[in-house]
Design a protein around this ligand. Structure first.
Ligand code: PMP
Length: 283
């Protein structure tokens, strides 16, 4: 970790101060993105920055920078920090003004922050992890990558307390997504994942994976599935910028199929690692 982009300028961390009346700090009134860097190159940069723009639009937040400007700043930050493998975290809040729930009456400059963090690439073959199911208690605009993450935090904490890696959330018995990931199952050779509605965040990893399915004749459907279907599935996997494509081999203490990562998940991991290499070079 080195520099921080603060409203378009590169600064050192100790020089950046958060105002106690920043609406992100007080209300979680803002949005964020996490972008992966391999080999010093940004993975799916444009998709992430465009999603940030979409989230901003949905909360009526004017972004003071263009997509190209943000992408350029991110590159500058990576070069400045000499980051090889890691992430860029960026967030935009509605800015600083005297505390009141409604938007500020007078025009307020949004606050944009971005910084890097090292994260090693763990390779294409990842061991399976454990999941725990939990009620999805979140609001109904999960498609917005909002700073309000209390529902996700409480779900993840439940996973940690159950010695599991991820909490798999469900609404009325239908699986929505993980606390910080998307979830998919394999049934009879077809991948099934929740459609990109207001009930999930349309993960960039999810979108890249579905494109890889389409390009490699792996059938898929974007349909919600029940917890029962998931427990009886041939394979379960989850995806995110941090975990890429990772098998879930045990849920609520019960093995999925034979309790080993499945063949299609392994193929998808290989395809995903090839996509990383295509975009960022050999890691
Ligand atoms: N859903 C939620 C709730 C998330 O927090 C994340 C991680 N940002 C994802 C899905 C996966 O999104 P992505 O693949 O873009 O990281």
């Amino acid at each position: 970790m080195g520099k921080i982009i603060y409203n378009g300028e590169l600064k050192t961390r100790s020089d950046v101060k958060v105002d106690i009346e920043d609406r992100g700090y007080q209300f979680g009134d803002g949005i964020y993105e996490v972008i992966r860097v391999y080999n010093g190159e940004v993975f799916a940069s444009n998709m992430h920055v465009n999603r940030l723009m979409d989230s901003a639009k949905m909360i009526q937040l004017k972004v003071p920078l263009t997509v190209a400007e943000i992408e350029a700043l991110v590159k500058e930050l990576i070069a400045e920090d000499k980051l090889r493998n890691g992430i860029v975290y960026m967030q935009l809040t509605r800015g600083v003004c005297s505390r009141t729930h409604a938007f500020p009456i007078n025009e307020v400059e949004p606050v944009f922050v971005a910084y890097t963090k090292e994260m090693p690439y763990t390779g294409k073959v990842k061991p399976g992890v454990k999941g725990v199911t939990t009620d999805d208690i979140r609001w109904l605009r999960c498609n917005i990558k909002s700073l309000n993450l209390l529902g996700n935090i409480l779900a993840k904490q439940q996973a940690v307390e159950a010695s599991c890696d991820e909490a798999i959330q469900h609404r009325d018995g239908k699986v929505t997504e993980g606390s910080s990931s998307n979830v998919a199952i394999m049934v009879n050779g077809t991948l099934k994942t929740h459609p990109a509605t207001n009930l999930i965040l349309n993960g960039i990893t999810r979108q890249v994976m579905l494109k890889l399915c389409a390009d490699n004749d792996i059938p898929y459907v974007e349909e919600a599935f029940t917890v029962e279907e998931m427990m009886a599935a041939d394979e379960v996997l989850y995806t995110s910028t941090s975990v890429e494509v990772t098998p879930i081999i045990n849920i609520d203490g019960q093995s999925i199929a034979n309790g080993e990562p499945g063949p299609i998940t392994k193929s998808l991991q290989k395809l995903f690692s090839e996509e990383i290499e295509r975009q960022c070079g050999a890691v």
